[in-house]
Design a binder for this molecule. Structure first.
Ligand code: DSN
Length: 412
C-alpha cells in the first residue's frame, strides 16, 4: 500500500485496519478464505483497464488479444481442474452463475426444486426474496428431521410430484457429502435438468476429497473464492452440448463487460489448485473440520447431523439457551469470526437464529493444523458456556491474538 497510502491515506488506513483484523483474528466463516500474493497481484493489475465484452476471438472491442489469452488460460485450467468439457469464467459471482443456468434452461414461471434456505440452501436457489423466488415457481426439500441429512427417497418423491424443470443440489450450510449421482438420477427420472452449486465445496471436489459433480450432473456452478481459494467470482461448467446456451445467457444475457483482472486472478487460482500442495491443503481443511467438530462435541456442544464430512459444521445452540446472534457477537469480541446461521427446523428469525456456522478453509490456509483446531474448539466452548463473562472473553481474545500472530495471512 506504499503508493495508496500517499495518494489516499484515508482508504489506505481502512485497508490497513482490515489487514490487522485479519492477521490478529481467526476467520472461521465457512465461505471465506485467504488468497495468495499471486492472486492479489493479478486482481490488482492493469487487467482491470479494458472492456472485453464477448468471448475470446469474438470481442466487441479492439485490443483484446492479451485478454483473450488470459480468458482462454482460465477456461483451460478450470476444465483441467474439474475434467469439464466446457467452462465459462465470466460470471461475477455464484448467484450470477446460477442465474445464467436458469436463464439458459428455464422459461419464466417454470419450476425449480431446491434445498430450503433455512435447511442449508442458498438465496439464489429459490428464496422468495431473491429473483429466483419472483421469476420461478419453487418447491423445496429439506433434511430428514432425525438424521439432519438429505433423504434422496423423499427428494425423488417430491420431484415426481412437483415436476420441476431444474433440480438444484448444493448448499451453503450442509456439513455432509452430497450424492450428485443420486440427484442426476432423480432429475433424469422426471425429465428435469440437474444443477449442482458447489460454491462451498469446489476446492474439495476439484481434489477428489468430495465427489466431483462435473460430468455427473448437467451443470455445475461455483464461486471461486471459498474452498477454491481464488478471487471473488463465479464460474460454470457443463458438457459441450450446453456450452452455447450457457455462454449466451452469461453474455449478452445478463452481464456486460467481464471483470478481466478477476479472470486473470481466477487463472492464477486454478493453476494453484492444480498443484499437489492444493490437494494436501484440501485434505487438511477436512481433517481440521473433523478435529474442531470432535472437540466441540466432546465439550458438550451439539452439531447438526452430529459432525461433518466437509469444511463446515453447524452448531445448534438451543441447549445453551443462547442465540446465534449472541454467540456471533461474543466470539467476535474474542477475535473469532463466525456467522449466526439458521439450523434445520429453525424457530428464530435469520437475524437472530439458533445456530452458528463454523468453517476451516481460512485458518487452514494460514497453516493451522489439528493442534490449533483443538485449541480453537476449547476457546469457542469457553466463550459459549460463559457468554456474559467479559473477563473470559478478554482472556480468550488475548490468547487468540497471540496464536494468530504466529501464522501467515498469505498462503504459498
Ligand atoms: N454468502 C455465501 C455463504 O456465506 O455461504 C454464499 O453465497
Amino acid at each position: 500500500m506504499s503508493y495508496l497510502s500517499k495518494t489516499d491515506p484515508e482508504i489506505a488506513d481502512i485497508i490497513e485496519k482490515e489487514r490487522l483484523r485479519q492477521q490478529n483474528g481467526l476467520e472461521l466463516i465457512a465461505s471465506e478464505n485467504l488468497v495468495s500474493y499471486a492472486v492479489l497481484e493479478a486482481m490488482g493489475s492493469i487487467m482491470t483497464n479494458k472492456y472485453a465484452e464477448g468471448y475470446p476471438g469474438k470481442r466487441y472491442y479492439g485490443g483484446c488479444e492479451f485478454y483473450d489469452m488470459a480468458e482462454n488460460l482460465a477456461r483451460e485450467r478450470l476444465k483441467k481442474l474439474f475434467g469439464a468439457e466446457h467452462a465459462n469464467v465470466q460470471p461475477h459471482s455464484g448467484t450470477q452463475a446460477n442465474m445464467a443456468v436458469y436463464f439458459a434452461f428455464m422459461k419464466l414461471g417454470e419450476k425449480i426444486l431446491s434445498m430450503k434456505l433455512n435447511q442449508g440452501g442458498h438465496l439464489s436457489h429459490g428464496s422468495p426474496v431473491s429473483f429466483t423466488g419472483k421469476f420461478y415457481q419453487v418447491a423445496q426439500y429439506g433434511v430428514d428431521p432425525k438424521t439432519e441429512m438429505l433423504d434422496y427417497g423423499i427428494i425423488d418423491e417430491m420431484a415426481r410430484k412437483e415436476k420441476p424443470q431444474i433440480i438444484v443440489c448444493g448448499a451453503s450450510a450442509y456439513p455432509r457429502t452430497i450424492d450428485f449421482k443420486a440427484f442426476q438420477e432423480i432429475a433424469d427420472g422426471v425429465g428435469a435438468y440437474c444443477m449442482a452449486d458447489i460454491a462451498h465445496i469446489a476446492g474439495l471436489c476439484a481434489t477428489g476429497i468430495h465427489p466431483n459433480s462435473v460430468g455427473v450432473v448437467n451443470f455445475t456452478t461455483t464461486t471461486t473464492h471459498k474452498t477454491l481459494r481464488g478471487p471473488r467470482g463465479g464460474a460454470i461448467m457443463c458438457n459441450n452440448e450446453y456450452a452455447q446456451a450457457i455462454d449466451k445467457a452469461v453474455f449478452p444475457g445478463m452481464q456486460g463487460g467481464p471483470l478481466m483482472n478477476t479472470i486473470a486472478a481466477k487463472a492464477v487460482c486454478f493453476e494453484e489448485a492444480l498443484k499437489p500442495s492444493f490437494k494436501e491443503y484440501s485434505k487438511q481443511i477436512v481433517k481440521n473440520a473433523r478435529v474442531l467438530a470432535g472437540t466441540l462435541t466432546d465439550n458438550g456442544l451439539r452439531l447438526v447431523s452430529g459432525g461433518t464430512d466437509n469444511h463446515l459444521m453447524l452448531m445448534d445452540l438451543t441447549e445453551q439457551g443462547i442465540t446465534g446472534l449472541e454467540a456471533e457477537v461474543a466470539l467476535g469480541k474474542a477475535g473469532i469470526t463466525v456467522n449466526k446461521n439458521t439450523i434445520p427446523n429453525e424457530t428464530k428469525s435469520p437475524f437472530v437464529t439458533s445456530g452458528l456456522r463454523i468453517g476451516t478453509p481460512a485458518v487452514t490456509s494460514r497453516g493451522m493444523k489439528e493442534a490449533e483446531m483443538r485449541q480453537i474448539g476449547t476457546w469457542i466452548t469457553k466463550v459459549l458456556k460463559d457468554i456474559h463473562n467479559e473477563a473470559v472473553i478478554r482472556e480468550v481474545h488475548t490468547d487468540v491474538t497471540m496464536m494468530a500472530s504466529r501464522f501467515t495471512l498469505h498462503p504459498e
